[in-house]
Each structure stands twice: as structure tokens, then as C-alpha cells.
Write a protein that binds this ligand. Structure first.
Ligand code: F6R
Length: 242
């Protein structure tokens, strides 16, 4: 795992964008798997700007890391987020956009469908954020490292984070999510994790310096040669060596 230290949120976003841009520019049929949350918003701003200025995405396939279980048009869905922050803002169409259906009546069938897509479109890059408890996607602490796509139950801290992020109350907040498993996350050709802010400092410390254990899902990345993490000064503030 490579660690890139940057100053702040904006520098992290710009550098993360550069990594994604390089994939889009250099691969023949790029496959980019994206995530949501507060962390990548800045990256998507840079990406939208670049696409509207001519970065060609006509051959790019977009996949998703996860999707909340809930009504399609709920404020918190990955689908809404992707449309609001990327798809509806750009003047080009990607080759494919394959998102998960969290409104499905049959999650097993949806998992089967999505796994077939993953097999057909091997990911050139998987973008990740970091939970304050070091979750990746919706792989909460305790999830075995060999887990494949599944229907995950959120821990309370994740439900609270979703409530804050989307300004919704406990009743409205989703408690389950379809997510790629840790094994699939690590299997992407490149894995890029972004972390910014003091509230991520402990999780970054555990990821970089703690034990490699399912109790810290993100620690799976430590031994991955294909993984890069970009951390800003606040997120890196608890690390003993930099
Ligand atoms: C969402 C996802 C989550 C977030 C994580 C951090 O698609 O993958 O694992 O990356 O919860 O969220 P933020 O960025 O809001 O701090």
C-alpha cells in the first residue's frame, strides 16, 4: 500500500481526481467503480469540470461500490448522489452506468446480477472512503476479509453518519446496504482510498499502524500492492511516522 500525504481536503480531492483521470485517459475501455459520502464530493467537482472541458468518457463504464436498501428516490440513495454530483452535470454520456438496485424485492437476485457485471467489467479502479470505525463500503468491523458482495447491516455509528450527511431522522435512515465485499474491493486493479479530517485520524492510524484484522476492515489494504491511500494532515495527525 502506498500512502500519499497532502495538506487538506482540496489537495486530496485534486490528487484523487488526477488518479481517476489517468485511468480514464490511459485505459482502452476504462472501468471505474465509484463511492459516495462526504469525502469524494470535491473529487467529483474536479471530474465534472474536466469532463465538461473535454475529458472523454465515451468508453468509460461506471460501477458502484454499494447502494442503500430503500426507495429509489430516497434522498440518501447512491443513485441520487451519482446523478446529482456527476451524471446529470456532465455534457457527455459514459459508455455504461451500472448502479445497484436497492429498491429490489429480491436482494439475492440483485447480488447475482451485479456479480455478473463485475465479472464482465473488471474494475480498473475502485474508489473508497473510510468510515470512522474503518469500514469500507458497508463492510463493518468484524466482516471477514474473504467476504464477497452481500447485504450488510450498518453499525449504529454508520447510521448516525448517514443521518448527519443527509439531514434525515432515525426512522428514515437506511440500516442495510448492498455492498461489494472486502475480497472484491481488494481485487480491483487499483484501489484508491481518500481520507480527510480529524474525525478520520483514529481510523487512519488503525489502518496504517494497527493490527491487520477484520476488526479494522480497512487494514485489508495494508498488504495490497494495488492500494493507494491519500490522507490529509488532519487525517494523518495520529500517525507516529510520516
Ligand atoms: C459510501 C461508502 C462509505 C463511505 C464512508 C465514509 O459509498 O462507501 O463506506 O465511504 O462511510 O463516509 P464519508 O465520506 O461521508 O465520511
Amino acid at each position: 500500500m502506498e500512502i500519499i500525504y497532502v495538506k487538506d481536503y482540496d489537495e486530496m480531492s485534486e490528487m484523487g481526481f488526477q488518479v481517476i483521470k489517468e485511468v480514464i485517459e490511459t485505459k482502452e475501455s476504462p472501468v471505474v467503480s465509484l463511492n459516495t459520502g462526504g469525502t469524494p464530493k470535491g473529487l467529483y467537482k474536479y471530474l465534472v469540470e474536466a469532463i465538461n472541458q473535454g475529458l472523454n468518457i465515451n468508453d468509460t463504464t461506471i460501477l458502484s461500490l454499494d447502494e442503500y436498501i430503500g426507495p429509489k428516490d430516497a434522498v440518501y440513495t447512491v443513485k441520487n448522489y451519482m446523478h446529482k454530483r456527476l451524471i446529470d452535470l456532465v455534457n457527455q454520456k459514459p459508455k455504461n452506468i451500472f448502479l445497484m438496485d436497492g429498491d429490489t424485492q429480491d436482494t439475492d437476485e440483485e447480488i447475482k446480477r451485479y456479480k455478473e457485471l463485475l465479472a464482465k467489467y473488471p474494475r480498473d479502479i475502485q474508489l473508497l472512503g473510510l468510515g470512522t470505525n474503518a469500514h469500507l463500503g458497508a463492510n463493518e468491523p468484524g466482516t471477514p476479509f474473504d467476504t464477497m458482495m452481500f447485504l450488510a447491516q450498518h453499525h449504529e455509528s454508520t447510521i448516525q453518519a448517514t443521518m448527519r450527511e443527509y439531514g434525515i431522522d432515525r426512522e428514515e435512515a437506511p440500516t442495510e446496504m448492498l455492498t461489494l465485499g472486502l475480497k472484491e474491493i481488494a481485487e480491483a486493479k487499483n484501489v484508491l482510498l481518500l481520507a480527510s479530517g480529524k474525525h478520520k485520524a483514529q481510523a487512519v492510524k488503525n489502518l496504517v499502524e494497527g493490527e491487520i484484522t477484520p476488526d479494522c476492515p480497512a487494514s485489508i489494504l495494508r498488504d495490497c500492492k494495488n492500494a493507494t491511500i491519500i490522507v490529509d494532515e488532519e487525517a494523518a495527525s495520529l500517525l507516529s511516522k510520516k
